[in-house]
Design a protein around this ligand. Structure first.
Ligand code: 5GP
Length: 113
């Protein structure tokens, strides 16, 4: 997998506003926020998209969901946030390193666009 912008953030080759880090994932503020609080949570392991994950990624994906919950508690948004994964170009994915968007701080409409 080619190095993406997120791999460069993980490797500290380019800066980001990091809000959470552990042994297997990193979370930082989105450079173009779509809500007052817009965090990206990425695995340190390169994985281009969710649909490429396999059984070997089960623990990592579970770990990321728990990390997302922890981040929302730390930021005190645990009662109103949205977790989004854009998978594939047709769904709006632009960076091909798996990431979860954590959005909060404004009313979040349903259905999403
Ligand atoms: P996607 O469209 O792939 O689901 O989401 C990619 C996200 O990455 C977008 O929301 C975009 O604003 C964000 N992004 C792209 N480049 C950078 C960057 O260099 N730094 C940060 N912090 N976010 C980025």
């Amino acid at each position: 997998m080619a190095d993406t912008i997120f791999a460069k953030i993980i490797n500290r080759q380019i800066p980001a506003d990091i809000v959470y880090e552990d042994e297997s994932c990193l979370a930082f503020k989105d450079v173009n926020p779509q809500a007052p609080l817009h965090i990206l949570l990425v695995p340190k392991k390169p994985l281009d998209k969710l649909s490429s994950a396999d059984a070997g990624d089960e623990a990592l994906l579970g770990h990321m969901l728990l990390a997302a919950g922890k981040i929302t508690r730390e930021l005190k948004i645990e009662d109103a946030f949205r977790l989004v994964i854009n998978n594939g170009e047709g769904a709006g994915q632009t960076v091909f390193h798996l990431h979860m968007h954590i959005l909060a701080g404004r009313p979040l409409r349903w259905p999403p666009g």
